[in-house]
Design a protein around this ligand. Structure first.
Ligand SMILES: [Zn+2]
Length: 243
């Protein structure tokens, strides 16, 4: 079983699961490189993602679940971004870069890639909003309720992915003109999904075409509400959002 899994993730099929194997499995199942070298943490994250008992000790149950995941889901629900060329990693405009710098390190290259790939498709986008602190979110929530203005959000502090640096909003621009509505938002949505981002235009309740977010691998089966609850806990305890 180990050899089979190794074959699928493209490492030496020696039947001996060391760091190289686990990192490749982690990347394939969770959707991005492990941010730690600690094998125990990596194994536990994979066990959590494939829904087996999390003990850091991979037995036949774990390997069966890993294989099932790898074979049932070759493309993965949280795909690894396609290998990045220079064009993808190029710095973008100043405004976008300023906002991108507030995002989690795992999200930053994807935001940059989205801007670059949209540009390659002839669409100028900028990242116009990214991290919102709890205080900023509360301020926004108050608008139209206890403060003047129209209601712009239903999310209190801790109830938006923007509060965790996982989400960002883009705007389409023609020269310096911000284009609020355009069918091109859908095109950009497709580009974002192809590189592993979730797109707000796919939401069923309130569609939010300018919105993109990176869902951690462990959240792939969770509702937005359930994911946010875990994120609030992790923020409180200072835990990584991705491990
Ligand atoms: Zn948003």
């Amino acid at each position: 079983m180990i050899k089979q899994a190794q074959g699928i993730v493209g490492v030496d099929t020696d039947g001996d699961a060391g760091p190289q194997t686990w990192k490749a499995i982690y990347k394939r199942i969770i959707g991005h490189d492990a941010t730690t070298n600690d094998l125990d943490t990596i194994i536990r994250a994979v066990q959590k993602a494939v829904h087996v008992f999390v003990d850091g000790d991979a037995g036949s149950q774990t390997w069966t679940a890993i294989l099932a995941n790898l074979t049932a889901n070759p493309a993965n629900t949280n795909p690894t971004p396609v290998a990045t060329g220079d064009a993808d990693t190029q710095k973008v405009d100043e405004r976008s870069e300023r906002n991108i710098s507030t995002l989690q390190p795992q999200v930053q290259p994807l935001a940059r890639m989205l801007v670059n790939r949209a540009a390659a498709a002839g669409i100028t986008i900028k990242v116009i909003s990214a991290l919102r602190t709890y205080a900023e979110q509360d301020e926004l929530f108050a608008q139209g309720r206890t403060k003047p203005g129209r209601i712009v959000t239903n999310a209190r502090a801790g109830f938006s992915n923007h509060n965790f640096g996982l989400a960002f909003d883009i705007g389409i621009f023609e020269g310096t003109d911000y284009i609020e509505e355009s069918p091109r938002y859908k095109t950009v949505g497709g580009i974002g999904k192809a590189i592993g981002l979730s797109w707000g235009g796919d939401w069923i309740s309130i569609q939010d075409e300018p919105h993109f977010e990176l869902r951690p691998g462990w959240a792939s089966d969770l509702s937005e509400t359930a994911m946010l609850a875990v994120l609030r806990e992790r923020k409180e305890s200072g835990e990584s959002f991705f491990a």
